[in-house]
Ligand binder design. Structure first.
Ligand code: HEC
Ligand code: HEC
Length: 451
């Protein structure tokens, strides 16, 4: 699974800027019409939705239960979100929420949903709500701390979140319901991910570790709501969604409470037990295809996310970059964080056909050990399995969103901590990292910050 990088130059379309808009520049080679769609999409990504009824039906439909009022609230300028600090009220940090899933599943294991929802609270905890209805609960986090010592005696402090729910408004959670923290990832190059062929993803998988490197990448097999068929998953921390449009539409529905062509329920994640929620007015309107966000809205939001260009790799010609890359390869980071990917020749966004790009992920699931695990499968992904996180733009999220955090639940406050949490198939890499001296470590980190 090792790749040798000969050149990073083949994709000439990477965004170059140093402002907070660095992760939302359109690819320069797209048509003027698509550039216009990209900016219309950006406006809708940033738009604050309001409750129904409102004076402008084009903007209403929020909630009744929701996590945030816009995509942008969580994916600020396409950058990463972060987790609440110790005892901070969760509602102040929309970019973090709890996935709820019953495990064992009460329904069939072949169900066409990633998880079985909590019977009352649904598939995610909404800590926010319109004025006539109570939010589902107050969420606070506490952290357990531990210290890790490097071979050279340096130490790093790690923190692991523990979740506390107070004021559950609609009764108890099911005893089977498991909580899993999720922080908003940055939205970089998702159109390129959408355009890799299934065959390429399946070819790069090595479920039985036939090449004996101790690393067995698997694909998640997920239900594609558009095509009504089982497909390779690629989006989300556990690769539970097959296509970009389904990911975007499920965000509209689950995070904002907005109906879309694929998710026509205007009450979002509100369940049949939440009677008050279901009795409130909704924003489905006849001139919007009886939806709150119709196919035109989805089309331009898809274009904004897909056609925002990834950042250009920096410091490429420096000696330190090459040295850092050597450490990265030596530690076998590249076995999962595959440098190069290619798109197919006939994809949803023709602008993205036949592109070579450098996301540093194989997009496959890996067992990352018990410390990072949650409980219960999501489609095929086990509790301990996560999609290899892309490493491009790692240091630029801070520029975009003013914050940074790493790993699925945002527990890592910097890159060093993220590496130190690697267990399972990543354990060997992590152990080798602990043996590096200070200068090798900083070469590695500076390399990662240049991606
Ligand atoms: C409440 C915070 C929140 C809001 C609002 C939100 N997202 Fe997300 N987004 C997330 C989280 C968390 C994930 C990861 C989900 C998971 O792994 O379960 C995610 C994942 C994604 C991904 C997949 C990225 C990848 O690399 O896999 C895309 C694309 C995305 N969101 C687009 C959107 C769009 C478009 C909107 C607005 C309609 C939106 N999001 C609104 C939190 C949010
Ligand atoms: C066995 C596969 C595997 C190996 C080997 C591996 N990683 Fe990872 N890496 C992952 C997965 C999977 C995640 C996401 C885990 C999570 O979110 O809980 C991740 C997450 C990360 C993150 C956090 C990214 C983010 O946006 O949150 C960084 C940084 C990282 N890895 C760097 C490294 C480095 C450096 C090495 C080598 C020392 C390495 N990884 C080796 C699979 C791997």
């Amino acid at each position: 699974m090792m790749f040798i990088i000969t050149s990073f130059f083949s994709l000439k379309t990477y965004a170059e800027t140093n402002s907070s808009s660095i992760l939302m520049q359109p690819f320069p080679h797209i048509s003027p019409e698509q550039k216009l769609n990209h900016s219309l999409g950006q406006a809708l990504f940033e738009k604050l939705w309001v409750a129904s009824p409102s004076s402008t039906t084009a903007s209403d439909g929020l909630g009744p239960l929701f996590n945030a009022r816009s995509c942008h609230s969580c994916h600020l300028n396409n950058g990463k979100g972060h987790a609440p600090t110790e005892l901070q009220n969760g509602v102040e940090v929309p970019s973090f929420f709890l996935r709820l899933k019953q495990w064992p599943r009460p329904d069939s294991n072949n169900s066409k949903t990633a998880v079985a929802p909590d019977p009352i609270y649904g598939t995610q905890l909404q800590t926010n709500a319109n004025i006539n209805i109570r939010p589902e609960a107050n969420l606070t986090l506490t952290y357990q701390y531990k210290t890790v010592t490097f071979a050279d005696g340096t130490t790093s402090e790690l923190r692991k979140p523990v979740y506390q729910l107070n004021n559950l408004s609609y009764g108890k959670l099911s005893n089977a319901t498991q909580l899993s923290g999720r922080v908003s990832p940055s939205i970089i190059g998702v159109g390129l991910f959408d355009s890799i062929t299934e065959a390429d993803l399946l070819n790069s998988a090595d479920p039985d570790d036939k090449n004996n490197d101790g690393i067995s990448g698997r694909v998640n097999t997920v239900w594609d709501k558009t095509m009504q068929t089982w497909r390779v998953g690629r989006f989300g921390w556990k690769a539970t969604t097959a296509t970009l449009t389904e990911q975007n539409q499920s965000a509209f529905n689950g995070d904002l409470g907005i109906s879309t062509p694929l998710f026509p329920n205007p009450y979002g994640d509100c369940t049949t037990h939440q009677v008050a929620c279901l009795s409130l007015p909704n924003g489905n309107s006849p001139h919007m295809e009886n939806l709150e966000a119709n196919s035109e809205v989805i089309k331009v939001v898809d274009i904004f996310t897909a056609l925002s260009a990834p950042p250009k790799i920096r410091n490429l010609n420096r000696e330190t970059f090459k040295e850092g890359k050597k450490v990265f390869d030596l530690l076998q980071c590249s076995a999962c964080h595959t440098s190069v990917q290619r798109t197919g020749k006939d994809t949803t966004f023709p602008e993205l056909n036949n592109q070579t790009f450098y996301p540093f992920t194989d997009l496959l699931l890996h067992d990352m050990g018990q410390e990072l695990a949650d409980v219960g499968k999501e489609f095929d992904a086990l509790g301990s399995e996560w999609r290899t996180a892309p490493l491009w733009g790692l240091s630029l999220s801070k520029l975009a969103s003013g914050k940074q955090s790493f790993l699925h639940d945002g527990r890592a406050r910097n890159i060093d901590e993220a590496i130190l949490w690697h267990g399972g198939e990543g354990q060997k890499s992590r152990d080798s990292y602990l043996k590096l001296d200070k200068s090798q470590r900083s070469l590695l980190i500076r390399f990662l910050e240049s991606l």
